[in-house]
Structures are given as C-alpha cells and as structure tokens.
Design a protein around this ligand. Structure first.
Ligand code: GUN
Ligand code: ZN
Length: 435
C-alpha cells in the first residue's frame, strides 16, 4: 500500500528474545546512534548510522531525531473497543461492574453510527499511545466489528478482533444464540480474516455467559477456519471462578471448561489468568496458549495480582493487555508502570528489558506474529514508535541523570504515557504525530 522509502536516525532499541529464556544481556539490541531504513512498508535495514548512511541511495530522505528512542510499536493483547466510553467507572468488582456499567454501555453498539464514532476515537487512542497491534473484543453486534475493521483497514493496521458470543446470563438486549453467534462469526470471518493485515478472533465473552452449545460452536468455528484466533477471559476474579464451578460442575476447573470444548491452542489468548493453579499453567503451555497480563485492570477491579514468575516457570506465553475499559489506560508504558508495582507487591521484580519484551516481541509471540512484528528485524512490517526523551519537563530532567539505556528504559516505563509518543508508524506510514 505504501511505497515510502525513508530512513530514520535515532537511538534504536528492540527485544531479541525473552529475558527469562536467554538472560537479560542476550535479550535485546541497542544502537545508540542508529538508522532504521524503511521500504514498501517493511524494515529494510537497521543498524549503526555510521555503517548504514554510506550505503543509502542519495535520494533517500533521512529524518533525524536527536533526542528520541525508536522501538517497535506496542502490542496490546487484550482490549475492549466498546468500553472506551466507560473507562474509569467507579466502585465495583468484576461481576457487578459488568452488570452496572459494561452491558448498558455495550448495548449502544447495535447502532452502526455509534460504533463508527467510537471506532474512530478508539483507534486514534491506540495510535496516540504507540499501540500498532491489538487483540480486540467487539460487542455482541457484528456492526461493532465491521466499524472497527473498516477504519483499521484504511490505516493498514495489523489488528485482530471479533464479535462477542454471549447467549446466557446477560440482558436479553445483549445476547445472541448458539446458532446466530456461530453464523454471524462465520460471516465476519469470511469478510475480514486475512484481508490486508486484519485477522479474526472467535470471542466467547467468558464461560459464564455461554451455554455449552455455544462453546461447542466456538470450537467448531476454530476447526473450520484454521488461522483464526480464540479470545476470551479466564480466572480473573474469585466470585467468577466459583460461578464457573457452579455452572460446569462436571469440569475439573475453569480452564478445563475451555479445554473440553477444544478452545486451547497456539492462537488462543486468555485474558487475566490471575488465579491459575500449576496444572492449569502446565496445560496452557502444553497447548501453546497465551495469557494476557492486564495489571491496571486487575488492580482497578480488585481482581488480584498476576503471578508472572509462575507463568515463566511453566513457560506460558504471556502478552501485555490494557483491558480498557476495566483497565485504566490505553498506554502500554503506563501499563508497565503498574505491572512493575504488581510484581513489587509479590516480592518480585519486573526488569526493564522484560517490560520491553512484554510490550513488543512477547506480545507478538503470544499472537504468533513474531515472524512479522514485535521487533526491528529487517524483513518485518514497519510498525514502530518514536519516543521523545523530552516529552515533559520532568522526563527530560530525569533522563539527563540516566547512565544507561536500562535506566532510561525504566524511567520511560515509569513516567511514560501518550505524551511520550512523538510519532507512530504503521506499515511504514506515519499514523500519529503528537501535536
Ligand atoms: N469478563 C467477562 N467480560 C469481561 C469484561 O468485559 N472485562 C473484564 N475485565 N473481564 C470480563
Ligand atoms: Zn477484558
């Protein structure tokens, strides 16, 4: 789509691997004065400016950012597009929060005009925050997904989304049936999956709001459409977990409900997983399933503290999610700030390079997209962000004291937010420029 041939000179930083697997030093690459060369929406070269500048054709424009860091675009592995307008809703934990705020808010998405308007706000917000790929919940209405994909297609974003399937334990105005949920999802898959950079996720809301018939239909959709994703919630809240036990007494636990309906796999992403036992972690890893760690949401709804060391021990794929609207920020920098505190409360540490990994390459791996996004590797799609070292007076002053890229990165994740993102690029095209 884009035929821009351009080079960007700045400090470059990206993850090469999970620090839990290769150690900190081997997990990243940093080039203090680097050059990123883009051609046809892809990364053609990345390396030291002194090496690459002499190799460039004379007609290639070089954009220089002396006080900035280029990283891969951020990857949000769990977010709700129809909850944009209810972010920051007071006072409830998960099940009451759904009934009080979420369902009435999502009801409005039956109206395509409303969905169009919110899709515009939602995508602008992702890009302002440097998020170039997201795995997105729609509402139960196919219109919500059409609205989102139509606008994402225009921006040539790599985006995954799906309509919610929900046929019980929710208001009548917001339910489908096992049959219509299947049919509507199938039609959306035909229309959108694999179109440009868009992909589809079969999206049962969570076990309590789907009948066994609907979960079986979700399993059929996965079988009949290889390559589509499965996106749902898992073990977020203790009352929710008790409810799942009541609704599915014949299953050994929450994950086993999904397992029974053959919903686990390499393209399955389960949001939260705050209260998992070791056997569940083992099963997630064995099936190649991923968990989305959503710290701001888990704190906001009082759900609990995600046990990242446990997930690492069992080699579960973990991505980072904002989970807006239970999550309180679209910014993955801000989300990492909260993730660090979640780890501190458990007597553990979140190393800055693990943070970088979670927000970029780890997310790409969770989504099985690490062969095309998540790092600045030549050949990858050119989704990247320019982070401004001078975004605020405090950030500027604090970074003047920094003695290493590790320290700089930690400060960026502690103080950073949408103001830190100077520009966002998707497929080599500038899709956000901070005012
Ligand atoms: N579980 C089921 N639905 C939801 C939702 O919309 N948000 C969160 N955080 N958890 C859920
Ligand atoms: Zn969620």
């Amino acid at each position: 789509m884009t035929a821009t041939r351009k080079a960007y000179r700045a400090a470059l930083l990206h993850s090469l691997a999970d620090p839990a697997e290769v150690g900190i030093e081997a997990s990243y690459e940093y080039v203090e004065d680097g050059l990123l060369v883009i051609d046809q929406g892809h990364i053609q070269a990345m390396g030291a400016a002194s090496d690459l500048l002499p190799t460039l054709d004379a007609d290639i424009e070089v954009v220089h950012y002396p006080d900035a860091l280029i990283t891969p675009g951020f990857i949000d592995t769990h977010i709700h597009f129809p909850q944009t307008g209810m972010i920051g809703s007071y006072g409830e934990q998960l099940l009451d929060w759904l009934n009080t705020y979420t369902f009435p808010c999502e009801r409005q998405f039956a109206d395509k005009g409303h969905a169009d308007q919110v899709a515009d706000i939602f995508l602008a917000e992702l890009l302002r925050n440097g998020t170039t790929t997201a795995l997105v919940f729609g509402s139960v209405h196919p219109e919500s997904v059409n609205a989102l994909f139509e606008q994402a297609e225009r921006l040539d974003l790599r985006l995954i989304a799906g309509k919610v399937m929900m046929d019980r334990n929710a208001p009548d105005y917001l339910t489908d049936t096992a049959e219509t949920g299947y049919r509507d999802s199938q039609a959306l898959i035909q229309r959108w999956h694999g179109k440009g950079r868009l992909q589809y996720a079969v999206t049962p809301r969570f076990a309590p709001t789907s009948t066994p018939e609907q979960l079986a239909a979700a399993g059929r959709l996965l079988k009949e459409n290889p390559g589509v994703y499965l996106h749902t919630h898992l073990s977020e809240n203790l009352k929710e977990i008790d409810w799942v036990k009541e609704l599915f007494p014949e299953r050994s636990g929450y994950l086993d409900v999904y397992d029974h309906f053959e919903l686990l796999g390499e393209r399955s992403v389960f949001a939260h997983g705050v209260h998992l036992c070791d056997a569940e972690c083992e099963r997630l890893a064995e099936t190649g399933s991923a968990v989305a760690f959503c710290p701001t949401s888990n704190l906001f709804l009082g759900s609990g503290l995600f046990n990242l060391p446990q997930a690492e021990r069992f080699k579960v794929n973990v991505g980072l999610g904002t989970d807006v609207g239970a999550g309180t920020s679209f910014s993955l920098l801000n989300t990492l700030n909260e993730a660090y505190k979640v780890m501190q409360l458990q007597g553990a540490r979140l190393h800055p390079f693990k943070s970088l990994y979670l927000a970029t390459l780890g997310g790409a791996r969770a989504l099985r997209l690490d062969d095309r996004i998540g790092s600045l590797r030549p050949g990858n799609e050119a989704d990247f962000v320019v982070l401004d070292y001078k975004a605020t007076p405090l950030l500027d002053y604090r970074l003047q004291q920094s003695r290493s890229i590790e320290e700089t990165l930690f400060v960026l994740t502690t103080l950073g937010d949408d103001r830190t993102v100077r520009e966002t690029y998707a497929a080599g095209r500038c899709v956000h420029k901070r005012a």
